[in-house]
Design a protein around this ligand. Structure first.
Ligand code: 13P
Ligand code: SF4
Length: 309
């Protein structure tokens, strides 16, 4: 165990001209050493603009891949290469190709929680912060949307287009843990609390929420809202950030056990080693990266046009 890690990380960062990007679900001690902390959309936007020689990405595989795709000249490293979002593996590129053949007039919109090979088959990608905005911008009436079925449901409620989930049952095991009973009980206990849930939650849970939004949108809502108490239906790392940054309000996790095991694989020590040894390098084949980049850039362009949903 290395002592004074935050200090050592800060010195190494300067020496390497490095930047640490971290997702809102990271352990609090990793969040604290990050230069930027955000949701998938924030981190994608930042990755496209960074001026650094090395990017340490404390997030899951698809997020680090996206940073590498957005700036192929930059070295992107991930502290634990086993940090892999299981949902992203639920939609192989071959399934996207097959579905496209079966629905030739549909547009393919893929959630960022996909691997680069799948993104390379998409017309455009989206995040939980902008999915309805992206879908409604397109001219096609039929949209193949994947891999999260619950996000597809959320989009369908905000669009007149026909949304076809691919695969039929893509999901996040963490957000599947929330139940409508939990939310109802918490509402009874905290009648003045505002309920914020992520669109990866089941429809029955979404229907009980006051706001359904991405993790960074939850931060913004909690700051802007007149409410003093909030019930939070997403991974526990965000609750830790909310409590730290908004200490005068109360945040009640809808479920204490909502922990993404893969996000938590990055530790402070691994972040230090990643900086020191410049590992583990995230590689995407140039051919795949080029095609995936088009779909990601299209999202950033559309998303920049108006407020995210
Ligand atoms: P956000 O983009 O809202 O941070 O969500 C990413 C994610 O993986 C949710 O499980
Ligand atoms: Fe993937 Fe769910 Fe973890 Fe998000 S919370 S990274 S969707 S497994």
């Amino acid at each position: 165990m290395v002592n004074n890690l935050p200090e050592k990380i800060s010195k190494l960062k300067e020496k390497r001209n490095a930047v640490i990007l971290a997702h809102n679900y990271q352990r609090p001690e990793v969040q604290m050493v990050a230069d930027y902390l955000g949701d998938s959309l924030d981190l994608a936007r930042l990755s496209a603009e960074l001026d650094a020689d090395l990017v340490v990405f404390a997030g899951v595989n698809f997020m680090a891949e996206m940073a590498a795709i957005l700036d192929p000249d930059k070295r992107v490293v991930i502290p634990d290469r086993g940090a892999r979002c299981p949902m992203a593996s639920q939609l192989p590129a071959s399934t996207v190709r097959r579905e496209r053949k079966e629905h030739p007039s549909a547009a393919v919109v893929l959630y960022v929680n996909t691997l680069a090979e799948a993104k390379a088959e998409a017309d455009v990608v989206c995040t939980s912060a902008n999915a309805p905005q992206i879908v409604n911008f397109l001219s096609e009436e039929e949209i193949l949307f994947g891999p999260d079925r619950n996000l597809a449901w959320f989009v369908q409620r905000r669009s007149d287009k026909r949304i076809v989930p691919i695969p039929a049952n893509g999901h996040c095991y963490v957000h599947k843990m929330f139940s409508p009973e939990d939310i109802r009980l918490l509402r009874e206990r905290y009648p003045d609390a505002e309920v914020l849930v992520h669109p990866e939650c089941d429809p029955e849970v979404q229907m009980l929420a006051d706001h359904i939004c991405s993790t960074s949108q939850m931060m913004l809502r909690a700051k802007a809202s007149p409410a003093r108490q909030f019930i939070i239906g997403t991974e526990i790392g965000l609750v830790e950030r909310l409590r730290r940054e908004i200490p005068d309000k109360e945040f009640i996790p809808a479920l204490n056990s909502a922990v993404c095991k893969d996000m938590k694989k990055h530790t402070l020590e691994k972040v230090y080693v990643a900086l020191r040894d410049k590992k583990y390098v995230v590689r995407v084949s140039p051919k795949v990266a080029e095609r995936a980049l088009e779909a990601v850039q299209r999202m950033l362009k559309i998303s920049g046009r108006g407020t995210s949903d």
